[in-house]
Structures are given as C-alpha cells and as structure tokens.
Ligand binder design. Structure first.
Ligand code: 1GP
Length: 255
C-alpha cells in the first residue's frame, strides 16, 4: 500500500473516522514468536497501523521486526524513527519527524539531511511530521535522548502555536507525544486547542494506558492514537481501545 498512508489519514479526518496504531519497539521484542503473538493479537483487535520505532534501539532486530510485520499482515507498517539509523525500505511509510517543540538543530533538520538521500532511493512514503513533546510528569527516554525540553503540560497555547507554525512551514502531520510510558498523557484541553489550530491530521500518544484516557483523547480531537507501553503491560488494552474507536466509527457509518 505504499503511497497511501497519508491519504488514508486525510480521508479519515475528513470523515471524522478515528484510528489506532500499535507501536512496536524492537528493543522490547525478544524473539519472533513473541512478535507473532503480538501481531495476531493486534489483528484480532483490529488495529489500523503498526508503528515501529523507539528513542533508543540497542538491538539489531529492527529489520527482522519490520519484515515479520509485512509478512504477517496487510496493515501499513510505519517507521517512527528515533534517529537516521532506524530506516528500513520494506516498511510502507516513514514519519519524517521534525522535533518542533525543541531547539535541537540535529532533530529539526540535521538528521534529515543525512537520511534524505537514502529515503529518496527507497520507495518509502515520506510524511513530514511536526513532532511535539509534552511534559509527562516523569523523565521519559525521548526527552533525555533528544536533549530538548518538552512543552510544559499546562502550556496549551504554546503547543497550539507550535503546531500552527509547523503547519505553516509545510509539515503535513502533527504528533503530540507525552513520551513512552508517560505518567500523564497529553491533556484533553491541549489536544483540543491544538486540533482547533491546525487542519493536518493529529496523532496523539504517550501514557495512554486505559480506555478512559483513550476516550478523552479521541473526544478532544485526536485522529490517531498510538499505544505502546500500556499494551506491553496489559494486552487487553489494545482490544479495549480498538473497541472504543470501532464504536465511534460505527456511528459515522464508516469502518
Ligand atoms: C511513544 O506515543 C508513543 O512515543 C506511545 O507511548 O508507549 O506510553 O503508549 P506509550
């Protein structure tokens, strides 16, 4: 399905349809049997996308993970890279992340320059994404690894103006992230303010570890929810959140 990821997000947003991505961190996959079980669970739960990535990947099974995902399902596999080393041409698309909440030039443009010629040769769909880190109440790996300060949890208008500026710069997608394993997810108030400030699809993730938090984020205006850590701890969460999204989409008469 190369070339369709962004269009699917746009079409879903126009229709008011919500979706769910399961984030797979290759470092937390110890063997392919474990991954296959997770894939089967995700398919039964009816997730929409697989995201693959992590802020720090120390294991070398990145490509193996992407390949098994591609072999086992038709669902789009989207790279969510922590650095320019996390590229794999067999995926469908890549979130070409610019960390616009931070002021680290390496993550605003530096890594992108290194990755650009590799991406140009690949068939990956490249989706420019404004990546906005929000303070989570605890120190997440991403805030440490990115050497940036997240936007304070209650500074709603800073987040909204950051997203607005990102859209004006031509970024096609916005990702509000409290970071993996966040104590506090992004607040519904902030999601709502950001959503109202931009026309691009809005991804929200970080610390969504129960159905209430997922529902709050959806109702506030998230188009796509990303679940990672919470599913590792409680696999039932995935089905619970997918059921919430499915029920919402059924009211629109789209599935
Ligand atoms: C992290 O948004 C993702 O970048 C998912 O966060 O692992 O906390 O679900 P969790």
């Amino acid at each position: 399905m190369k070339g369709n990821f962004y269009e699917s997000l746009r079409a879903n947003k126009r229709a008011g349809k919500k979706s769910v991505a399961l984030l797979i961190d290759p470092d937390k996959i110890h063997d392919m049997v474990q991954l296959q079980r997770l894939i089967n669970h995700a398919l039964e739960s009816r997730v929409d996308y697989f995201f693959v990535g992590g802020s720090l990947i120390t294991d070398s099974n990145f490509s193996q993970v992407v390949q098994l995902l591609k072999q086992s399902s038709e669902l789009p596999v989207i790279l969510f890279p922590g650095s320019n080393m996390h590229l794999d041409p067999s995926a469908d698309a890549i979130l070409f992340l610019s960390l616009i909440s931070g002021r680290n030039p390496e993550l605003l443009i530096g890594q992108h320059v290194l990755a650009a010629p590799i991406l140009r040769k690949s068939k990956l769909e490249v989706v420019s994404t404004g990546y906005i880190l929000i303070d989570a109440g605890n120190h997440t790996t991403v805030s440490y690894m990115s050497n940036t300060q997240p936007i304070p949890h209650d500074k709603v208008s800073v987040a909204a103006c950051t997203a607005m500026a990102g859209e004006m710069l031509g970024l096609k997608l916005m990702y509000l992230d409290a970071g993996s394993g966040a104590d506090r997810p992004v607040s519904p108030r902030m999601i709502s303010a950001v959503g109202k400030s931009i026309d691009t699809p809005l991804i929200v993730g970080g610390g969504i570890n129960n159905g209430h938090k997922a529902k709050d984020a959806l109702e506030a205006g998230a188009d796509l929810l990303v679940l990672g850590n919470g599913v590792e701890k409680n696999p039932g969460l995935l089905t619970e959140v997918c059921d919430i999204v499915y029920a919402h989409n059924r009211t629109l008469n789209v599935h």
